[in-house]
Design a binder for this molecule. Sequence first.
Ligand SMILES: [Zn+2]
Length: 251
Amino acid sequence: MKICKTVFANLKKYRYNADMRFFLYFLTGTIIGSFINMMSSRLVLEKSLLKTRSECDKCNKKIIWYDLMPILSYLLLQGKCRYCKTKIPAYYPVVELLFGFIALWLFSHESITIQSMLKISFVALLSINSITDILVTNIYNKALYPLMVVALLLSIISGNIVYQLIQALILTVLIWVMAKGIGAFKQEKSLGEGDYYIFFCIGLLFSYEGLIRIIMISSLIGIMIALFIKRKSLPFVPLLQIGIMGAYLWS
Ligand SMILES: [Zn+2]
């Protein structure tokens, strides 16, 4: 009986520790999501990235700590600035929630290692590029260069840096030739310079099967969106990001 009690108590303790761990993973993800929102908004508004305190984009009032809680603050403030009542973009809590789940999934599968932290940094930096691409059809070097550094570090850790570098170069050249061909045919630029850097990064990180999956998923999603939204061109980085996340889950 005593043994049963001890086992039960240990199981309960284990369950509590596991729940707590999952909650902390989720919370970390939402904080990263909040950071992504702040960085992409500062890039688009051409504000300094080094400012420590967050401020309202409209009235420039400093935001108090309790208005900076991911998801919760948005709900409590009913999606408006406390001072000037300007609407906070609706994608803010979505990104925070999404990153909560991404961190929960990644850390519970791979635990907290240098590799998993680099992976989440890569997804976070890629998300900043995706958001700016959606908002203003622009990718900023300040978000692109750190993305490349993280991709290089991940590639070095994988131990296949030479192979991955050659693959990344071949992929970038192939995409460049294809984009130039399509561009000449349609008589317009089909890819921006930043898109090639992102192709280089994914060439560093994935196997060739993974790259085929990424291109397949991105193209399919792109075609589906193009059927519903009659826009002349679609932002390419978010499509690639969906492809990357899909290929990662697929593997
Ligand atoms: Zn305001």
